[in-house]
Ligand binder design. Structure first.
Ligand code: ADP
Length: 202
């Protein structure tokens, strides 16, 4: 019997963090691709050294940490730089994900990744749970959470897979448009039971 690995994804502001926290409350181990993506370029990491060599020392802040904002701007406007960075970071991120899923101690674990589908992480998971909301909900909630403009949210959405293509990859879907936080906890408890059963058969 091997452990079931669930991939949890959704667009910006869909409710991934909200749903993930509900699973974590039930004791499910969470592997967060965003956290790993930051860890692989932490101070003193070989990847950070490579980035400074490739793009220049001005991509580091005064304290030696990565200047994420500058790097984000660079790769947003330059496809070659984006490819270079992805080919450096993606294998490191995949390796860290695999290690963390092996270290997980709960009966099944969750890999939460906004770009699960876009970054070819589907191969690392056994099932996919998509958190789905209408685009207008996504925009309104993200604007409220981050204080961003509609244009800023839409530009992030444009860099992510379309709602329909994301739903096409789903084994399970949580519709988070009208659910209250209490209702989400009930839905998550139901899914948890299902995953515990599935992991026994896995
Ligand atoms: P993601 O992690 O996918 O970007 P979040 O979980 O941070 O999304 O949710 C985006 C925002 O919407 C947060 O401020 C969160 O509190 C709020 N939110 C999430 N789900 C609901 C819901 N069902 N009803 C009301 N607000 C919600």
């Amino acid at each position: 019997m091997s452990k079931l690995i669930l991939g949890l994804t959704g667009g910006i502001g869909s409710g991934k963090t909200t749903v993930t926290n509900a699973f974590a409350k039930l004791g499910v181990n969470i592997i967060d691709a965003d956290i790993i993506a930051r860890e692989v370029v932490a101070l003193g990491s070989p990847a950070l050294k490579s980035i400074a060599q490739h793009f220049g020392k001005n991509y580091l802040l005064a304290d030696g940490q990565l200047n994420r904002k500058l790097l984000r701007q660079k790769v947003f406007s330059d496809e070659t730089s984006k490819q270079w960075l992805n080919s450096l970071l993606h294998p490191l991120i995949r390796t860290a994900i695999i290690i963390q899923t092996k270290e997980a101690t709960s009966p099944y674990c969750i890999l939460v990744a906004p770009l699960l589908i876009e970054n070819q992480l589907l191969k690392l998971v056994n099932r996919v749970l998509v958190i789905d909301v209408l685009e207008q909900t996504q925009i309104a909630r993200t604007m409220r959470r981050d204080g961003n403009s509609e244009e800023q949210v839409k530009s992030v959405m444009a860099s992510q897979i379309s709602r329909n293509n994301r739903l096409a990859a789903a084994d399970d879907i949580i519709n988070n448009d009208t659910a209250t936080f209490a209702e989400i906890e009930i839905l998550v408890a139901k899914l948890d039971k299902k995953y515990l059963t599935l992991t026994k058969m896995h």
